[in-house]
Design a protein around this ligand. Structure first.
Ligand code: ATP
Ligand code: MG
Length: 169
């Protein structure tokens, strides 16, 4: 499954899917490709769920827009996150694996789409994998079973309202 587009709701849609799956006794892993610095509410919510949801922030924070050559630190972090995704997928230890912001990591040139697709193809048929982030690669869209695009209509940021607790983080 792919949640993409320029509107708000991609990661929260993935979290909603996780909550639904957990209700059926499923085990969920979320690997965060870009996030890693901020403290998100879902990290504490995961602890309240008692091990059914595991979240691993493996990014180095948001990248500066317009940077043509990505920082080697960001590349290394993304590579490690993809390796973690690969072992989680191969382990068959999860019913759902969420690769949060992996689309952005590909879009920023941190990861090669061919390597990402190769990793996703290792998925056992009964495992759900969700890829989130803007600008999903056309090849990922082609191979996915479900693609939803969130379109930005309005966002409070446009009125100067900064990130809100419980909404953005
Ligand atoms: P969320 O995690 O809230 O579901 P998202 O995953 O759809 O958001 P990202 O592209 O990951 O969105 O962006 C992360 C942050 O950017 C969020 O805090 C979100 O509120 C903000 N954001 C998303 N879309 C917009 C927009 N169109 N204008 C301004 N800020 C936005
Ligand atoms: Mg997101």
């Amino acid at each position: 499954m792919v949640f993409t587009g320029d509107g708000k709701g991609k990661t929260t849609a993935a979290m909603g899917s996780a909550l639904r799956a957990i209700g059926h006794g499923m085990k969920v892993l979320m690997i965060q490709f870009i996030k890693g610095t901020w403290h998100y509410g879902e990290l504490d919510a995961a602890r309240l769920l008692g091990g059914a949801l595991e979240i691993r922030p493996m990014g180095r924070g948001f990248l500066k827009p317009g940077q043509s050559t990505p920082d080697p630190q960001h590349i290394e972090a993304a590579r490690q996150a993809l390796a973690a995704a690969r072992s989680a997928i191969e382990s068959r230890g999860y019913d759902m694996v969420i690769l949060d912001e992996i689309n952005n990591a590909v879009d920023y040139g941190l990861l090669d789409i061919a390597e990402v697709l190769e990793t996703l193809r290792l998925r056992p048929p009964e495992m759900h994998v969700i890829c989130t982030g803007r600008n999903a690669h056309p090849r990922l869209i082609e191979e996915a079973d479900l693609v939803s695009e969130v379109r930005a209509v309005k966002h409070p940021f446009d009125k100067g309202i900064r990130a809100q607790r419980g909404i953005e983080y």
